[in-house]
Design a protein around this ligand. Structure first.
Ligand SMILES: [Zn+2]
Length: 276
């Protein structure tokens, strides 16, 4: 059983009990839900839609717009030859787009099938599930974590490592799934209708270790000294979404403009700067 929140590291947690096939805890400080026991990272990675080498091209095709958007943005903000670390690089889609724009990318991924695919394509990659293991690689001008933070056994530990690897005023880009609201709805429904609650929770967390709102993640970044934090909910960041998800993205943009932070949008892109 966890003793601290997997998102922010706070010991102020309380047990939610068993939900589906795992025990979950809720953090009293940041509101995130954490899975009590996380499965082996390589097993989880291989079971994902992006986990098997034979699925590589299909996965890269649906993510192309997201990779181009992120790489284009970095190319606008950085000078040619700048170094970018892509933690959770999967099949190297972002690394290829960075290279095409004159930026020097290094990928890190826990899945050996992804790492061999990326290396076979002539891109730089290291096999690891934690930035704690990354040493002797120097400093980076930008670090990207696209759809990975929700799988991390300890998010705060990895973000501290991101801070170590980034140069002062370096760029951090995080893309994350925002389904904390759905997990909360599932928890409330548990008292009334178990099967519906389980179904909602399954949709909310899938194989994630953490369910965290963007607001909570931004709070954590501020605590770690990151500044100039911007959150976007634009629909073009996730090109494979269906019409229902597009409606949710648009609702996220509306709530974001009214409340100052996105609530129901299923995905967000966070852009921040490391401490100077
Ligand atoms: Zn927390």
């Amino acid at each position: 059983m966890l003793e601290t929140c997997a998102a922010c590291g706070s010991p102020k947690i309380h047990a939610l009990g068993w939900i589906l096939d795992a025990e979950w805890v809720r953090c009293r400080e940041c509101g995130s839900l954490s899975k009590g026991e996380t499965d082996d990272a390589v097993t989880v990675a291989r079971a994902l839609p992006c986990g098997r080498r034979e699925d590589a091209q299909e996965f890269l095709d649906v993510r192309t717009e997201t990779y181009r958007f992120v790489a284009g943005r970095l190319a606008n903000e950085l000078s040619p030859g700048s170094r970018v670390l892509d933690f959770g690089c999967s099949f190297g889609g972002l690394l290829g787009e960075l290279e095409a724009r004159g930026l020097a990318g290094l990928g890190v991924d826990v899945n050996p099938e992804c790492v061999s695919f990326v290396a076979d394509n002539g891109l730089s990659v290291v096999e690891s599930g934690s930035l704690q293991e990354i040493a002797g690689v120097g400093e980076f001008d930008a670090v990207c974590l696209l759809d990975i933070v929700m799988y991390l056994p300890s998010e705060i530990t990895e973000l501290k490592e991101v801070r170590r690897l980034l140069r002062p005023d370096g760029i951090l880009i995080i893309r994350t799934t925002n389904k904390r609201w759905l997990a909360t709805a599932a928890h409330v429904l548990r008292r009334f209708h178990g099967p519906t609650s389980d179904d909602l929770f399954r949709r909310a967390v899938r194989s994630h270790s953490i369910s965290q709102s963007p607001r909570s993640l931004c709070r954590l970044l501020r605590l770690l000294g990151f500044g100039d934090i911007q959150v976007e909910t634009d629909v073009h960041l996730m090109d494979e979404v269906d019409s229902a998800a597009r409606v949710a993205y648009r609702a996220g943009r509306v709530t974001s403009s009214i409340m100052g932070h996105p609530t129901v949008s299923p995905g967000v892109l966070i852009h921040a700067r490391s401490p100077v």
